[in-house]
Design a protein around this ligand. Structure first.
Ligand code: SD4
Length: 338
């Protein structure tokens, strides 16, 4: 066969293989088929997990309306629940691990693919700003435990006791009933539930059309010391791709890590899924590893694409998210599989 004929044959075969491959990736071949959801006209926009995202969005908005960068907006925004002693799932006042130690997980991403993360960081309220410094000032992506604390102290952060009286009392109560055994408790997912653990994940598109994202949490209440959830893991608790969109998650981190959930959502949007459709698909992936919709697991995803469309989806009822755009400010109850 001539070189040219070989070339034509090879090209034909590889196009056919690519087509088959893309069908495989898309599932049935008819997807994505859903309509566009939740569009805000124009930029900027910021969205974040849970009802308390509303106050955090308001602070992020102050940066966005002055044409600031998305990454600066999300950092400023998530610092609100980090500093709030009454928010027992993020930063100061967060519930401790089973040894009574408050350990924080956080990560941040910018429009250039920059990422920074801290895991199991103690004594520093604004874990997100330490993560930001890891991104901006080090050749690394993630610092953990003592190393993260050392880095924070070297860079002007101050040590503080993060355990509030209320969280300490809850921990002592928990010790009595659970005898030091960590559990993935259902209370975590009931609105107003006893150990409600509600990480903040925030995504923004700035006036220039660039994306940024942040995620910060004290993690699962009464976890084993050293346990790290999805929230500080790039691709699991947060992912930003400035060409396509951004995603973040809340819920049982082990399940989100297993599915590399936020990266999955972004890749589904790249394939053409709407933000809500992509979140739904990722939730279905979680379910695939946990057949029968187990009631002791909650996972919720939140996504924003480059067109300013956004959406969320959860495994169980009760997941909400807050939106702030030029023409809207509201808290939305996400759809769920159950
Ligand atoms: C974790 N995903 O540490 C976090 C906790 C959370 O709603 O989001 N709770 O697993």
């Amino acid at each position: 066969m001539s070189d040219r004929r070989n070339f034509v044959k090879r090209s034909f075969l590889s196009s056919a293989a690519m087509l088959a491959g893309s069908r495989l990736l898309a599932g049935s071949g008819n997807e994505p088929q859903e309509k566009k959801y939740n569009t805000v006209k124009g930029k900027p926009i910021v969205i974040s997990t849970w009802d308390f995202g509303k106050e955090a969005n308001a602070v992020a908005w102050e940066v966005l309306e002055k044409y600031g960068r998305a990454v600066d907006a999300v950092e400023a925004g998530v610092k609100v629940p980090e500093a709030d002693p009454f928010n027992q799932s993020v930063g100061y006042g967060g519930r401790p691990d089973r040894d009574g130690r408050v350990t924080l997980d956080a990560c941040i991403m910018d429009e250039h693919g920059g990422c920074g993360s801290v895991m199991a960081l103690e004594h520093i309220v604004h874990a997100i700003s330490v993560a930001r410094m890891v991104m901006d000032k080090t050749p690394h992506v993630a610092l953990v435990g003592d190393g993260a604390l050392q880095f924070a102290l070297e860079n002007g952060f101050h040590k503080q006791n993060l355990l509030t009286k209320k969280s300490e009392e809850e921990w002592k109560d928990w010790l009595k009933t659970h005898e030091y055994n960590p559990v993935k408790n259902i209370e975590n997912i009931k609105p107003g539930g006893k150990h409600n653990h509600d990480t903040i994940g925030m995504l923004a598109m700035d006036a220039h059309g660039n994306l940024g994202g942040a995620c910060t949490t004290s993690g699962m209440a009464f976890k084993m010391h050293g346990r790290v959830g999805d929230s500080p893991i790039i691709g699991a608790g947060l992912y930003v791709d400035n060409e396509v969109g951004a995603a973040t998650s809340s819920g049982l981190g082990e399940e989100v890590i297993r599915t590399v959930g936020s990266h999955l959502v972004v890749e589904l949007m790249r394939m053409g899924y709407s933000p809500e459709g992509a979140c739904k698909k990722a939730v279905e992936r979680v379910l695939r590893y946990n057949p029968g919709n187990p009631r002791d697991i909650q996972v919720g995803f939140l996504a924003l694409n480059k067109h300013g469309e956004y959406g969320g989806y959860a495994l169980q009822k009760g997941f909400s998210f807050a939106v702030r755009g030029l023409s809207r400010e509201e808290v939305i109850e996400a759809k769920s599989l159950t």
